[in-house]
Design a protein around this ligand. Structure first.
Ligand code: UD1
Ligand code: MG
Length: 456
């Protein structure tokens, strides 16, 4: 257990030029959640004194996304050292541990961050290290900073950025993940001594290690798993982070008792909740805000967002649930059905080629193929209320606002513009006329017309 208090600074002011995007880099989503929010969610589990997010001067969207945590503005992007300096303005007088994380490293775990804080307080040769750096050995060290260790005692001597490194230093396999934990009493003076005399002309936070060593303080490395350390600087790295996040979410769903026939084709959001004995067929996409109870069967090729699916529901193939959809116990939603902001109550059936929007489908009601709730008149949305046990015939247009009473039957092909009472039968289609035997006479007439046309 850590004895000192710890505060965290999340660096998020960088523009992320390599992303080629108008969105700040750390706002790019991984599993439906901005990268910076992944980090903040993880930090929030550590019971920290305070979380400060360093943002750029023109990043209102980012400031809103990290609420209610404190933000500090870095007015000029002069490097990671300068960004931490900006963050420290929100931690004036704080003397505990300062944990720095980079907003573009979204996959780091709570366990790893905890081990960093613990290492910061662990005496090495009588002294706790002034700086602890989270290192890792990536397959391709590329542009990561290299950790230079003392050959004799393995202590951390310096971090050298790839652009400033000699060929020998570039050959070092151990790299800087960007996560560092500082002694908060020493950090301000170290930051004050940073210079930008380097290849990028930036104030590197990583230079603090060398400065601490110059002052006679020890610095330590905690080694972590490559999968957690991935820094996202480009769209290709964003895709790599997504793959790792998805694999974790698939594993979690299976561990909790769901069967995924082809896991690699099922995509979850960071917050998807999946119950036990859920069967998920291939090619299913979960957007944010979806919960699925036990014993649900999701057939292939479905897309869900903002929906709640109760126990025993069977849904798909090819079904779409949009925000505000709830399917109560035992409901059935079949192929090419779209549901938006609507409640399908227990045992309701919407099985084929249908749009249900801004509506209630009562308990046990049956909605025929091709039914459309006409919820929008070009200006306003209106509600359709379908009562318990009602039966809506195929190819019916329900022009909202409209109510269909409990137990009512609507004949196929109807366009319903007025309320239908309980247990009423209603049809709005034109009457049918049958001309007895007329088909034979019709064919004979047409045959003669065709012959005449050939002669002319
Ligand atoms: C940084 C490290 C490198 C490490 C790598 C891990 C430095 C000097 N280098 O390099 O050793 O291996 O991360 O992923 O620290 N930021 C600001 N203000 C700035 C500059 C950056 O807030 O002025 C933020 C960015 O939004 C980003 C983070 O700091 O979240 C890291 O910046 P980035 O430019 O990605 O640094 P790297 O080149 O990846
Ligand atoms: Mg980076």
């Amino acid at each position: 257990m850590s004895k000192k208090k710890t505060a965290a600074i999340v660096l998020a002011a960088g523009l992320g030029t390599r992303m080629k995007s108008s969105l700040p880099k750390v706002m790019h989503p991984v599993a439906g959640h901005p990268m910076v929010n992944h980090l903040i969610d993880t930090l929030a589990k550590l019971s920290l004194e305070k979380i400060v997010v360093v943002v750029g001067p023109d990043m209102e969207e980012l400031e809103a996304a990290v609420q209610p945590h404190a933000t500090a503005v870095q007015y000029e992007r002069l490097g990671t050292g300068d960004a931490v300096k900006a963050g420290m303005t929100a931690l004036e007088g704080f003397k505990g541990n300062v944990l720095v994380v980079y907003g573009d490293t979204p996959l780091i775990s709570e366990v790893t961050l905890n081990s960093m804080i613990e290492a910061r307080e662990e005496p090495q040769g009588g002294f706790a290290p002034a700086v602890v750096v989270l290192g890792f050995v990536p397959d391709d060290p590329g542009a990561y900073g290299r950790l230079v260790l003392d050959e004799d005692d393995g202590e951390l001597l310096a971090i050298v950025e790839a652009k400033d490194a000699s060929p020998e230093e570039l050959a070092i396999p151990l790299c800087n993940s960007g996560v560092m934990c500082f002694d908060g009493e020493l950090l301000p003076q170290m930051l004050g001594r940073l210079t930008n005399n380097n290849a990028k002309g930036e104030y590197y936070l990583t230079d603090c290690v060398g400065l601490a060593r110059d002052d006679g303080f020890a610095c330590a490395v905690v080694e972590g798993d490559e999968e957690e350390m991935l820094g996202v600087n480009s769209r290709a790295e964003l895709a790599m982070a997504e793959t790792i996040a998805q694999d974790r979410l698939r594993e979690k769903a299976m561990k909790n008792g769901a069967t995924l026939i082809d896991p690699s084709t099922v995509y979850f959001s960071y917050d998807t909740q999946i119950g036990k004995d859920v069967l998920i067929e291939p090619n299913v996409f979960f957007g944010p805000g979806v919960s699925v109870s036990d014993h649900v069967h999701i057939k292939a090729n479905c897309h869900f967002e903002g929906a709640s699916i109760d126990a025993g529901v069977i849904i798909g193939p090819f079904a779409r649930l949009r925000p505000g959809s709830t399917l109560a116990e035992g409901a059935r939603v079949g192929n090419f059905v779209e549901i938006k902001n609507a409640d399908v109550e227990a045992g309701g059936k919407v099985n084929h080629l249908t749009y249900i929007g801004d509506a209630r489908v009562g308990t046990g009601a049956n909605i025929g193929a091709g039914t459309i709730t006409c919820n929008y008149d070009g200006f306003l949305k209106s509600k359709t209320d379908i009562g318990q046990g009602a039966f809506i015939g195929s190819n019916t247009a329900l022009v909202a606002p409209v109510t269909i009473g409990d137990g009512a039957i609507v004949g196929a092909g109807s366009t319903i513009t007025r309320d239908v009472g309980e247990n009423d039968i209603v049809t709005t289609r034109a009457d049918q006329k049958n001309a007895r035997g007329a088909a034979e006479r019709f064919r004979e007439r047409k045959r003669l017309e065709k012959e005449q046309q050939k002669k002319d």
